[in-house]
Design a protein around this ligand. Structure first.
Ligand SMILES: *Cc1c(COP(=O)(O)O)cnc(C)c1O
Length: 399
């Protein structure tokens, strides 16, 4: 592990990120081109409208959209897109939000798509003044639910593609688009974490939204891509509610660079590098007592495999969440993907680790299990207790 002077100076804990692209850990390692362009533009003035128009051309080329622009993040992209669907290019209405009097102000969303990505998605919709109309039940959403709730007041349909979405019983994208289109209602697709840049627009969506700081390796930002009139209406929200979620010149320039780097990237080599880490973890953890290992393909079909580590508390001497917490409590802190840990497993995600870090991840997991067996101090913190402690810690910030 190389020491980072900034971390020493600020007294920060070094982090090894085997969890994926997580906002609470700083999302991703930004690609060099995006760092360089973002840094270069910092010392200069630029006409933001011109920079965003340049971003529009790159976004259009990569997504197949007519136009696009860069936002502060995907959550901001959702809010601005919904707002644009309500106001159109009407500057008075844009300044009036979240007062929606006289506007179409309902957004239909399959109930199983009301996800939480660190904050609830319905809040990104509601803070524009729009009302969320959930369709069906979380595990059962059919086209007739949409037919029943879509109408004169519907401003947009929101569709989410994500591992957060309830995995079964969801309305197919094609049906969602077909019914919305028949009613003249635009479809906004939240693709924040999905590698497929062209699919949703090619298949009939009006707007697709991506995070710049996730798989693209861009700076913190979001990308709104879609039909020109709707994108323009969303962009104009920067004169309204968008002001509270402003992206800077470095975010826009960095996102253009990240998209262009994505175009040129050797994706096969990246897959091979990631698969190599998963193989290494599989080999190095094979003999650790109480761990069952399995290669896990991504939930929504992104081209990334992770190592699923199931923890037998009786054999490993501790619960899966205790292992995750002990790894995170170390120095360097090792963060694993533990959002499904209540099932007794976590995942090792290779996309943000460096070769020497991959070694440390394996060593630390083996060492923590051996220490728990030797000390017999595991299986003490139940899942409800862990959740209670997490909430307590959140409420104790900054202490
Ligand atoms: C990460 C994520 C978001 C939020 O993205 P930000 O760019 O961090 O605001 C929204 N939706 C989904 C499905 C996500 O995975």
């Amino acid at each position: 592990m190389t020491t980072v002077p900034l971390f020493s100076r600020l007294g920060l804990t070094p982090v090894i990120n085997a969890s994926g692209t997580m906002t609470v850990l700083g999302a991703s390692r930004v690609v060099p081109q995006a760092i360089a362009d973002g840094a270069e533009i910092q010392s200069h003035f630029v006409r933001i409208g011109e920079l965003q128009a340049r971003a529009s051309r790159t976004i259009a080329r990569l997504t197949g959209a007519e136009a696009g622009f860069v936002t502060a993040c995907s959550a901001a992209g959702i809010a601005l897109s919904v707002a644009g669907c309500m106001t159109g290019p009407n500057l008075g209405r844009i300044e009036r939000l979240p007062d929606t009097e006289g506007l179409r102000d309902e957004v239909v969303v399959p109930a199983g798509h009301l996800v939480h990505y660190g904050a609830p998605i319905d809040q990104a919709v509601r803070l524009t003044g729009a009302k969320v109309v959930p369709l069906g039940s979380p595990g059962r959403v059919r086209p007739f639910h949409l037919e029943d709730r879509i109408g004169e007041r519907t401003a947009a349909g929101l569709f989410v593609v994500s591992h957060h979405v309830v995995p079964e019983g969801q309305i197919p994208f094609e049906d969602f688009v077909r019914v919305c289109r028949a009613h003249g209602v635009p479809v906004i697709v939240d693709m924040a974490s999905e590698y497929d840049l062209r699919g949703p627009l090619a298949r009939g969506a009006s707007i697709a939204i991506y995070s710049s700081h996730k798989f693209l390796g861009g700076p913190t930002g979001g990308i709104v891509a879609g039909a020109k009139e709707l994108v323009r209406a969303a962009y104009l929200q920067n004169r309204g509610i968008g002001r509270t979620m402003k992206v800077g010149k470095e975010g826009i320039a960095g996102t253009i660079a990240a998209l262009e780097a994505w175009e040129r990237r050797d994706h096969a080599a990246a897959r091979e590098r990631e698969a190599g880490f998963v193989r290494l973890w599989q080999e190095r953890l094979a003999g650790v007592p109480g761990l069952a290992l399995e290669v896990h393909h991504d939930w929504t079909g992104n081209p990334i495999d992770r190592l699923k580590v199931s923890v037998s508390p009786t054999e490993a001497g501790l619960y899966a969440w205790e292992l995750a917490d002990r790894l995170a409590a170390g120095n360097p802190a090792v963060h694993v993907r533990d959002d499904l840990v209540e099932h007794g497993h976590f995942f090792l995600d290779p996309c943000n680790v460096l070769p020497d870090e991959a070694d440390v991840v394996a060593e630390r997991i083996a060492a923590e299990v051996q220490a728990a067996i030797a000390a017999g101090d595991g299986c003490r913190i139940s899942l409800p207790e862990r959740l209670r402690r997490q909430d307590e810690a959140a409420l104790a910030w900054p202490d």
